[in-house]
Design a protein around this ligand. Structure first.
Ligand SMILES: Nc1ncnc2c1ncn2[C@@H]1O[C@H](COP(=O)(O)OP(=O)(O)OP(=O)(O)O)[C@@H](O)[C@H]1O
Ligand SMILES: [Mg+2]
Length: 325
């Protein structure tokens, strides 16, 4: 049984009187101990997909119009808010892009970890503080006994993100969702934080969904990759298979934009154009205006998902033909 199975997830945003689709027919699974990467350019629906799993769409104009999200055999979408809260933070935890928006600036970081432990694990204050120090040590914060008393503004950006990781891991979640966990950090710190996430995932055996716009980051960390474009998964495959047998022209474009030091090209190729906004009506395949192999059919008919072979799926009329430049 998969740990998490998302099936035919559809999300829409209410704009005036219109419900515009933003996430379309998205399906994937994550097994225990597995790492799934979700990659795609800005605005393609990565964060909304993770917020839907966490049940955090309330109070936004986004609604789930259909689909199912099953975690450990339990359909999450039919739970009450209270039932769902007992799973979130406890069995499924999330790390957000910008730690300052998730940490409360007026509380010491230790107290924020302690609060989570006391709420979900009913620990005494003394035990929770000891565990908070252990967790800060786990995420390699120096002098954790002192740092536990710090306020968020007294820490560097990288340290704050480490605190967020410690908070997420506080209750030994079975699944960790990291949504662009390093985008707000300096490049050198990004690598350290990603290495920490990889190391913890392997040591603790937590399943991981890593969201990024950088296919290079995903490839180094994840077993399986789902490539999203304008609300849809356009290609999904085990990482090694995706790299050796890339099929969708969009995945091809993302691969070409990864810097590789010993690759014999002088310039990285950017994918021309931009992701169409949700208000733009587009017939056929949403990638067709940017695609270098598009033909007439691509402007009239949206491709169905086809299975290339075990666990490798693609939505492209010319999938099997490949995408040579
Ligand atoms: N609260 C909202 N109200 C209206 N539209 C929204 C809202 N949140 C997201 N959207 C729209 O939904 C689409 C998907 O957004 P989402 O945040 O999931 O993108 P993303 O893939 O996470 O992008 P990024 O890489 O920039 O984080 C975008 O077109 C965005 O404009
Ligand atoms: Mg996002």
């Amino acid at each position: 049984m998969p740990l998490l199975e998302v099936k035919n997830l559809n999300l829409s945003v209410l704009t005036g009187n219109d419900l515009l689709p933003v996430v379309r027919d998205v399906s994937f699974r994550v097994d225990e101990n597995q790492t799934l990467g979700i990659v795609g350019e800005s605005g393609c629906g990565k964060s909304l997909t993770s917020l839907a799993i966490m049940g955090l769409l309330g109070g936004t104009p986004i609604s789930m119009t259909s689909g199912s999200i099953v975690f450990s055999g339990q359909e999450l979408t039919s739970l009450t808010n209270k039932e769902r809260r007992s799973i979130m933070g406890n069995q499924i935890a999330m790390i957000f892009q910008e730690p300052m928006t998730s940490l409360n600036p007026v509380y010491r970081v230790g107290d924020q970890i302690i609060e989570s432990l006391r709420k979900h694990r009913q620990m005494t204050k003394t035990k929770a503080k000891k565990r908070a120090i252990e967790l800060l040590d786990l995420v390699k914060i120096p002098e954790p006994e002192n740092r536990v008393e710090s306020y968020p503004h007294q820490l560097s950006g990288g340290q704050r993100q480490r605190v967020m990781i410690a908070m997420a891991l506080a209750c030994d979640p079975k699944l960790l969702i990291a949504d662009e966990p390093t985008t707000a950090l300096d490049v050198t710190v990004q690598d350290e934080v990603l290495a920490l996430i990889r190391d913890l995932q392997q040591r603790l055996g937590t399943a991981l969904i890593l969201i990024s716009h950088d296919l290079g980051v995903i490839a180094n960390t994840c077993d399986y990759v789902a490539v999203m474009y304008r609300g849809k998964i356009v290609e999904a495959a085990p990482t090694a298979d995706l790299f050796s047998n890339v099929n969708h022209p969009y995945t091809h474009g993302l691969l070409n934009s990864i810097p590789v030091i010993d690759r014999d090209i002088e310039w990285l190729k950017a994918i021309p154009g931009r992701v169409p906004t949700i208000n733009e009506k587009l017939a056929g395949c949403a990638f067709n205006p940017r695609c270098n192999i598009a033909e007439n059919i691509c402007t009239t008919c949206d491709p169905e998902q086809i299975t290339l072979h075990d666990d490798h799926y693609v939505r492209c009329h010319f999938a099997k033909r490949g995408t040579n430049d």
